[in-house]
Design a protein around this ligand. Structure first.
Ligand SMILES: NC(=O)C1=CN([C@@H]2O[C@H](COP(=O)(O)OP(=O)(O)OC[C@H]3O[C@@H](n4cnc5c(N)ncnc54)[C@H](OP(=O)(O)O)[C@@H]3O)[C@@H](O)[C@H]2O)C=CC1
Ligand SMILES: O=C(O)[C@@H]1CCC=N1
Length: 273
C-alpha cells in the first residue's frame, strides 16, 4: 500500500454507482478497505462492491456518515437535495464533504448543510476507473488547505487533480467530465469508417485505439501544440490533407465546440434542479 497524506482517514461514499466504483478502485490501493464505506439502495450492487473490493457496504446513508471522516456524495444531481438534507444532522463540521455531482454549486451544498461544514466540489471523469482520471476541484468557504490536500490525495488515487476556481467547474464538466463520451464516439466512428473501407473490425479497432493512445502520448511527451504534430502527418497534396479537408467540410471543429458548450450549459442548468 502506497504512503499518502490520507493518514487514517475513514472515507465514505453515498451512492455506489459508476463513479463511486471508480473512486473505490483507486482508493483501495492507498487506504485499507476497512476504512472505506459505501452505501446504495441496491443490495446486489453493494454485494458486488464488497466482494470485489472488500470495502464496507450498507444501505444506510446515515451509517456512512457515522463511520467516515470524509463523505463523498456520488448520487445523481437530481436526488442530491433530498439525500443531503436527510443527512444534515450527521454531516457535522468535523467532517469533510466532497460532492462529485455535475452542476451542484458549493453555495447550494452549503445551504443544505449545517453552518461550518467544509465542502469541496469536484468534477472527475470515468477513466478514474483505471487510475487515469482527470479531475478538477474547488473548495467552499470552510474548506481549509488541509481539506483541499485531503481531497487532492483522494482524487490523485485515481488520476490527476487540478484545484481551480468554482467558476470553471461547469466548463470542466462539459470538457473533461463528459469528454470521454466524445472520445468514445470518435473512436467508434473511426472503427466503423475503417470497416467501411474493407478492414476487418478487430484490426480496425486495434489500429484506432493505438492511434489515439500513440497520438496522446506523443503530445504529452513532447509538449507541442497539437498543430505541430498534425503538420508532421500532413504531406503536401497527400492523403492526410484530403482527410483533414473532409473533416473541416463536415464541421468537426464546430461540432466539438458545440458539444462542450451544450454540456457546459446543461451543467449550469442542473444547478437549478
Ligand atoms: N458518470 C460520469 O462520467 C460522471 C458522473 N459524475 C457525477 O457523479 C455522480 C454519480 O454519477 P454516476 O456514478 O454516473 O451515477 P450512477 O447512477 O451510476 O450512481 C449513482 C448511484 O447512487 C444510487 N442512489 C440513488 N439514490 C440514492 C440514495 N438516496 N442514497 C444512496 N444512493 C443512492 C443509485 O442507485 P439506483 O441506480 O438504484 O438509483 C446509483 O447506484 C453524479 O452526480 C454525476 O453528475 C461526475 C463526473 C463524471
Ligand atoms: O452526463 C453527466 O451528467 C455526467 C457528468 C459528467 C459526465 N457524466
Amino acid at each position: 500500500m502506497n504512503q499518502n497524506n490520507l493518514g487514517n482517514q475513514r472515507i465514505g461514499i453515498i451512492g455506489g454507482g459508476a463513479m463511486a466504483e471508480a473512486l473505490l478502485r483507486g482508493l483501495v490501493k492507498v487506504v485499507p478497505p476497512a476504512q472505506l464505506t459505501v452505501s446504495d439502495p441496491s443490495q446486489e450492487r453493494l454485494d458486488f462492491l464488497r466482494e470485489s473490493l472488500q470495502v464496507i457496504t450498507t444501505e444506510d446513508n446515515q451509517q456512512v456518515c457515522a463511520q467516515s471522516d470524509v463523505v463523498i456524495l456520488a448520487v445523481k444531481p437530481q436526488v442530491m437535495a433530498s439525500v443531503v438534507t436527510a443527512l444534515r444532522d450527521r454531516l457535522t463540521p468535523d467532517k469533510l464533504v466532497i460532492s462529485i455531482a455535475a452542476g451542484i454549486r458549493l453555495e447550494q451544498l452549503a445551504a443544505w448543510l449545517a453552518d461550518g461544514v467544509p465542502v469541496v466540489r469536484v468534477m472527475p471523469n470515468t477513466p478514474a476507473l483505471i487510475g487515469k482520471g482527470a479531475s478538477a476541484l474547488a473548495g467552499g468557504t470552510y474548506a481549509t488547505e488541509a481539506h483541499m490536500a485531503t481531497a487532492v490525495a483522494i482524487l490523485e488515487a485515481v488520476g490527476t487533480a487540478d484545484v481551480v476556481g468554482e467558476a470553471y467547474l461547469d466548463a470542466v464538466t462539459g470538457l473533461s467530465g463528459s469528454g470521454p463520451a466524445y472520445v468514445y464516439l470518435m473512436i467508434e466512428a473511426m472503427i466503423d469508417a475503417g470497416v467501411h473501407e474493407g478492414l476487418p473490425r478487430d484490426l480496425a479497432r486495434r489500429l484506432v485505439l493505438q492511434t489515439f493512445r500513440g497520438s496522446t502520448a506523443l503530445l504529452l511527451e513532447r509538449g507541442h501544440h497539437p498543430g505541430v504534430e498534425r503538420d508532421r502527418v500532413t504531406s503536401p497534396g497527400g492523403t492526410t490533407i484530403a482527410g483533414v479537408k473532409a473533416l473541416e467540410d463536415g464541421g468537426v471543429r464546430a461540432a466539438l465546440f458545440a458539444a462542450v458548450q451544450a454540456a457546459t450549459k446543461r451543467s449550469r442548468e442542473l444547478a437549478g434542479k
